[in-house]
Design a protein around this ligand. Structure first.
Ligand SMILES: O=C(O)[C@H](O)[C@@H](O)[C@H](O)[C@H](O)COP(=O)(O)O
Length: 251
C-alpha cells in the first residue's frame, strides 16, 4: 500500500530548497540501487523554483546526470523553443547547466515537430518513446520520482477536473480546450502517473489551499486526489498551501 507523507515548510523558498534536496537524494539512491534514475518533470512556477534550487544545491554533484532519464508529465503543445513550453523553462532553470546525456532527455513533441500540429499524433509518438525504454510489458519506464504541481482547480500535469482527459486510460493523451492556457497540450494520464514509484505533489501559496485541502481530504473529483505513487506519495507544501489540509494529514 502506498505510504503518504505531507511535509509543510515555512514558505515557498524553503519548500523549493527542501524539495530540491529531497529530489537529489532520491535520484542518488535510485542510481545506487539500479545504476540509473528516471524522473518525470512538470511545469509551472513552483516546479521552476525547485529546478533553480537543484541548480544551487551543492549536492547536485552527487547525482551522475549522464545516467538520469528525464521525462515530462505534460507539455504545452507549442513550437520547439517557445518560452511557454515546460521543456524550455526547465532547460533555462536547470537542464542546460547539467552534464546530461542528450539521448536520455525526452521532451514531449513540439507543435512544429514530425507530427506537425496534431497533438494526438504527438501523444502517440511520446507513448512509443516511453514504451521503447519500458523494462516490461507496462509500456512505461520505471519512474523513480514523478513531480507534479497542483492547480487552483486541483489539476495535476494537464489532467483537469471534469475534462475528458481525466477518464483517459491510454498512457499519453492530447488535451484540447485546456482551462489553463495554452489550450492544447499533451499529458501523461492518471493511470500512467500512478505507475511511478513515488509521486510528489508540490504546491505553494494561498491560492492552492482549497484544492490541496480538498485533495488531501479525498475529494474524488480532483485529479490531485487521484494520484499516488506505487510506494510513496509525498505532498510538499508551504504553510499557505497547507492552510486547509486536514490536521491528521500533516506529518
Ligand atoms: O503545464 C503546466 O502548467 C503544469 O504542468 C501545471 O500542471 C502546473 O504544474 C500547475 O498548474 C501548477 O502551476 P504553478 O506551480 O505555476 O501554480
Amino acid at each position: 500500500m502506498s505510504e503518504r507523507s505531507v511535509l509543510v515548510h515555512a514558505d515557498a523558498q524553503e519548500l523549493a530548497g527542501a524539495a530540491a534536496a529531497r529530489l537529489l537524494a532520491r535520484l542518488a539512491d535510485a542510481q545506487a540501487a539500479r545504476g540509473s534514475a528516471d524522473v518525470v518533470l512538470t511545469g509551472g512556477r513552483v516546479a521552476a523554483a525547485v529546478y533553480r534550487a537543484v541548480l544551487a544545491d551543492p549536492a547536485r554533484d552527487a547525482v551522475d546526470w549522464s545516467r538520469v532519464d528525464l521525462w515530462w508529465g505534460d507539455e504545452r503543445f507549442l513550437p520547439a523553443g517557445d518560452p511557454d513550453r515546460n521543456e524550455t523553462q526547465a532547460r533555462a532553470a536547470l537542464l542546460d547547466a547539467l552534464p546530461l546525456d542528450p539521448a536520455r532527455v525526452h521532451p514531449m513533441p513540439p507543435s512544429d515537430g514530425p507530427d506537425g500540429s496534431d497533438p494526438e499524433l504527438a501523444a502517440a509518438r511520446y507513448a512509443g518513446e516511453l514504451a521503447r525504454t519500458a523494462p516490461d510489458s507496462t509500456g512505461l519506464p520505471r519512474f523513480d520520482v514523478l513531480l507534479l504541481g497542483v492547480g487552483e482547480d486541483g489539476h495535476v500535469a494537464s489532467v483537469f477536473p471534469g475534462h475528458p482527459v481525466a477518464a483517459e486510460t491510454r498512457p499519453v493523451s492530447a488535451v484540447r480546450n485546456s482551462p489553463k492556457p495554452p489550450p492544447v497540450r499533451t499529458t501523461l494520464t492518471l493511470p500512467a502517473i500512478n505507475t511511478a514509484a513515488e509521486v510528489w505533489l508540490i504546491a505553494a501559496g494561498p491560492d492552492k489551499a482549497e484544492a490541496v485541502g480538498a485533495a488531501l481530504s479525498g475529494s474524488a473529483e480532483l485529479p490531485a486526489a487521484a494520484v499516488h505513487g506505487v510506494s510513496r506519495t509525498v505532498w510538499l507544501l508551504d504553510r499557505a498551501a497547507a492552510a486547509q489540509a486536514p490536521q491528521s494529514s500533516s506529518r
